[in-house]
Structures are given as C-alpha cells and as structure tokens.
Design a protein around this ligand. Structure first.
Ligand code: DGL
Length: 270
C-alpha cells in the first residue's frame, strides 16, 4: 500500500529508552509526525526469550500499522536482534522497517577496519551474536568484544545515573578484561546514551563511545528522501503510547526526550 508523506513515523521500544532515538529523529526531521510506543507492560526485553519479544513486536507493529505509519523504527537493540527479520516479513509492503543495528554496523565497518571494538548491551542482544555476525560479514578485520551489562537499563530507567552508585556499577562492567585495549565502544542499548558522559569519563577520552541514535535518524532520513516520503508540513503532531501507564514512567520521559511528554495508555492485549 502506497503511503503518503504526511503519514507518521512509528517508533517502538520495550519502554521509554527508545525516546533517545525518537529525540534524534525529532532533531533531524522536525517536520515528521511521530507515534511512539513503549511496551512498559513487558519491560525489560533484555531478559526475555526471543519468542516473547517476537510476539510483543508483532502486536506493536499491528498498533502502528493501524495508525497508518509509513515507517516503523525498532528503537531497541533487543527487539532489533530478536524480531527484525520476522517483522519485515510480517509487515511486507505496508511499511518500511528500520532497526537500530544495521546503521551502526555500517558505521563501524566504515570507520574501524582492523580495530578492536567493544560492545555493551542487554543479555538478549549480546547472546544473539548479531553484531559479531553482521560485522564479520563486512570483512574489515574488526575484532568485536561484547559484554552483557544487564543492570544498566533498569538502573537508568530508575533515574540512577551521574551518581556514586552508577559510577561504581559502570566501572565494574567497563573494567572487564573483555573490554581491554578497545579503540571504540558501541552502546548497543538505546538507554545508554544517558550514561555516555560517565562512560567517557571512565575511559578518559581514550575510547570512542558510539551510540546509534544519530546514525539511525540519518538512515531514516536517507530512506524518506530516496522514496519521496519526506513530510513537507510544518504542523506536526506526536503521540506517545505505553502498554502500562504509571506517573513514574511519565516523569522519566523527560530524561530521554529532553521534555516531559504526556503518555497515553494503549493495551497490547485486551
Ligand atoms: N532499550 C532496550 C535495548 O535497546 C533495552 C532495555 C530492555 O532490556 O528492555 O536493548
């Protein structure tokens, strides 16, 4: 089905961490309408099975398609690793799907040939081995060293960063021998841009810290441009849905989106 340029961009994550990607999209493409879906009822995805994440992702895609989205951005590494191929198959011509992994893999392959690159993410993302697989496909002799850091997303979601507890947890993880002598570190979880400053401080500028928000927004811009789908209107509307509402979630949106946004509840299963 041919979509109109005025159709919204759908963006989803396990919770509100994907708002870091939504924020980068808003900055690069301010004329686009956006519908955000945070699956707060099933958060965190990082500990869930692949099958569970696939089931949630299909349900969310149904919601976003019913709302007429022209593109669906999977703003979550765990869901991108578990459900991207399935969603592409499921959605087919009804919308284009952008994941957060491919644009980052392309960036690493282009800039870090022959280098040692570290990666931190959820258990689901790291255990999937998807970054290693895709980076090896590029044949650039990049050695990828991955470490699961499951405490970080819940810690950030609770607003715990830039304090002594977060410094210690981050330092414990980054001290792991797996990450010795890396040239760059990929933040393979959409929550982690919020602790970028602390990670930079830990490495004292010796390591490039890479997050996917901007490369994903650029990949989306390229797709919209190439397919004549850029919205021209200056009157934009954004909607933010969550599968489970609490005031705490709403208060935390400000951390990820630079402003507090009103959340609307939308159940995934009735
Ligand atoms: N934002 C999710 C990701 O990018 C992680 C949070 C979760 O475990 O749900 O992987």
């Amino acid at each position: 089905m041919k979509k109109e340029p005025s159709a919204p961009i759908g963006v989803f994550d396990s919770g509100i961490g994907g708002l870091t990607v939504a924020q980068a999209i808003r900055q690069l493409l301010p004329q686009e309408n956006m519908i955000y879906f945070g699956d707060t009822a099933h958060l965190p995805y990082g500990d869930k099975s692949e099958a569970a994440i696939q089931a949630y992702s299909i349900k969310i895609a149904d919601v976003l398609l019913r709302k007429g989205c022209k593109v669906i951005v999977i703003a979550c590494n765990s869901a991108s690793s578990a459900a991207y191929e399935l969603l592409k198959e499921y959605v087919r011509k009804d919308a284009h799907i952008v994941n957060v992994i491919d644009p980052m893999v392309e960036f690493i392959t282009r800039h870090y040939a022959g280098k040692k690159v570290g990666l931190i993410g959820t258990k689901r993302t790291v255990q999937s081995g998807i970054y290693t697989h895709k980076i090896n496909e590029g044949n650039q002799n990049i050695s990828l060293q991955s470490l699961a850091t499951p405490l970080l997303a819940p810690m950030i979601e609770e607003g715990f960063f830039n304090n002594q507890i977060s410094h210690e947890i981050i330092a414990q993880y980054l001290d792991d021998p797996v990450l010795k002598n890396i040239d760059a570190l990929v933040l393979a979880c959409t929550h982690y841009p919020l602790i970028r400053k602390e990670i930079n401080l830990f490495f004292d500028g010796r390591v490039d810290v890479l997050d996917s928000a901007n490369v994903v927004a650029t990949a989306l811009q390229d797709y919209l441009t190439e397919n004549n789908l850029l919205n021209k209107s200056t009157q934009t509307k954004h909607h933010f849905f969550v599968s489970d509402y609490t005031e705490a979630f709403e208060a935390s949106t400000g951390l990820f989106f630079n402003e507090i946004v009103p959340l609307e509840r939308h159940a995934l299963w009735n």
